[in-house]
Design a protein around this ligand. Structure first.
Ligand code: XMP
Length: 510
């Protein structure tokens, strides 16, 4: 399978570059710019993309292009900082910008070339430095009002650089530019499609596991379920699947998940009802981090004791996906800011005596969904909204006790049902749920004074859950949800709507 290596110089958009390339059906991986050459070259890339980054190439010690990249003689596309680093490395001149260029700009293609279409197009700029003189052999391909050099290229050696960001949606023609680089300039085959992803994953799982046995930890979420279905298809009887009901799932969810997993795994599903253990451990706990820690520990304990019963197991399957990998390597690395601080509580620690089997490790969420559908999983599962590992505990602010969980479950069901009835979930609203607040307020119901708890409704639009905006839900819909919650959920007399974006808030309340 053809692939592309992206070297990350620390741009907030690096991950987006990877997503756009995968959307063009070409496999790619993201590496820190100073990753070991062997690691990058083992991918056998057909070309390199150099990302943007916060540094200035004119500053001593700024990150530079590693020699092996230029020595490989493969095509290169430098984006923003990547372009400046490329120009600098090849003898061009970069000047520290006196004037920053930020936002939309119109560029005009100056000469016929393989990367950019003729004419003008709108692009997204975000840079301080600019190229003053392109390296010898390079042509100026485009200019904007503010940059006399908006794109450069040396068609002989297939080196290209763009000052703007083709990977962001604000550059409407960006995908076409990336495709031109991938398909025409690098001549990569667009064969990264669900069937070939599945075929390759199955071969890899079989090779890794051989004649040994694996256990799968499955939460019922999209990732772990798709991973389990893949592993089941790859090694069948050699994998057992453990699903732990932690008593913190939504109304009816644990039963629905167990039923679905049974369809996939048959009698190799071990379905554990551990609800009371979790609720007991959470008694009296109100601190959000303490809740997460306790739930994580309990999960490991229960999982471990069930896995022990299976006897000789070598592998533990987890539904880790590429954004998890990229995010955790970003924390170790120094070059990207880490945005999301919580980790997946459903995850198991490395101290467990298993080797990890992570069949989705290099896949983005939309790819996981696509292969889930191709594997025949129900669309209702594949399109499910994300649900935190610690479940309703992080939406039940204050103490997690059965009566309050029941209140939250009922309110949550009303929110979900109403959004589904309005056909807003998934396409327009990425995630919507209820949060039970530990505050009481005064109300009046049927001439009676009430003093009861409040529900907050959280509904967000988001592309990747790293940033989000509050959804502009129709007022009539909000009114209906509010009325139903007040009438149908005992112990709640007030409903509020959360109108905070992320950042500065997070999507969940805890
Ligand atoms: P935040 O609250 O950080 O959430 O804006 C971003 C996305 O992650 C989900 N989330 C979690 N997922 N384990 C998970 O698997 C967790 O502990 C967890 N906490 C939050 C959240 O629902 C949102 O989609």
């Amino acid at each position: 399978m053809d692939s592309i290596a992206i070297l990350d110089f620390g741009s907030q958009y690096s991950r987006l570059i990877a997503r756009r390339i995968r959307e063009a059906h070409v496999y790619c991986e993201l590496f820190p710019y100073d990753a070991l050459p062997e690691r990058v070259l083992s991918l056998q890339p057909k070309g390199f993309i150099l990302s943007g980054g916060p540094a200035s190439i004119t500053t001593p010690g700024a990150p530079t292009i590693p020699d092996y990249v230029l020595d490989s003689r493969l095509p290169i596309l430098g984006i923003c900082y990547g372009m400046q680093a490329l120009a600098e490395a090849l003898g061009g001149k970069v000047a520290a910008g006196v004037r920053r260029e930020y936002g939309s700009a119109t560029i005009e293609t100056l000469i016929d070339n393989d990367l950019l279409p003729p004419g003008s197009q709108s692009v997204w700029m975000s840079h301080g430095d600019r190229i003053e003189t392109p390296p010898p052999g390079f042509l100026i391909l485009a200019r904007s009002e503010n940059s006399s050099i908006a794109a450069i290229g040396d068609p002989e050696v297939h080196y290209y650089g763009v000052q703007f960001h083709p990977e962001v949606r604000h550059t409407p023609g960006g995908n076409a530019i990336l495709r031109a680089f991938l398909l025409d300039i690098c001549q990569a085959q667009p064969d990264w499609v669900p069937d070939s992803i599945i075929e390759e994953a199955i071969a890899k799982i079989r090779e890794q596991v051989g004649n040994r046995r694996a256990v799968a930890g499955v939460s019922g979420g999209v990732d772990s379920t798709v991973a389990a279905a893949l592993v089941q298809r790859a090694i069948g009887e050699k994998v057992d699947c453990i699903f732990i009901d932690n008593g913190l799932m939504r109304l009816g969810e644990a039963d629905a998940v167990a039923a679905m997993l049974r369809m996939i795994m048959g009698d190799r599903l071990i379905d554990i009802d551990a609800g009371s253990l979790f609720i007991e451990a959470l008694t009296g706990v109100t601190d959000p981090e303490a809740k997460r820690r306790i739930i994580g520990e309990k999960f490991i304990q229960v999982f471990n004791s069930e896995a022990q019963k299976l006897g000789d197991i070598d592998f533990l399957m987890q539904g880790t996906i590429y954004p998890d990998v990229v995010e955790s390597s970003a924390t170790e690395g120094r070059h990207s800011a880490r945005i999301k601080s919580h980790h997946n509580v459903g995850g198991l620690p490395e101290s467990l005596p298993f080797k990890l089997l992570e069949p989705l490790r290099y896949l983005f969420k939309d790819e996981v969904r696509a292969i889930g559908l191709a594997l025949g999983l129900p669309p209702s599962l594949v399109r499910r909204q994300p649900f935190p590992g610690p479940g309703l505990a992080v939406r039940c602010l204050g103490e997690v006790i059965p009566s309050r969980l029941k209140r939250l479950r009922m309110a949550d069901k009303i929110v979900t049902d109403e959004l589904n009835a309005a056909e807003l979930l998934h396409e327009e609203v990425a995630q919507a749920f209820a949060v039970l607040l530990p505050v009481r307020s005064v109300g009046v119901m049927g001439d009676q004074r009430t003093y009861a708890e409040a529900i907050a409704i959280r509904a967000v639009t988001s592309e990747d859950f790293m940033t989000a905006d509050w959804a502009r839900l129709p007022h009539d819909l909000l009114a209906r949800i509010s009325n139903r919650i007040i009438n149908e959920v005992e112990g709640v007399n007030r409903v509020v709507y959360d109108i905070t974006s992320k950042p500065p808030a997070t999507i969940e309340w805890e």
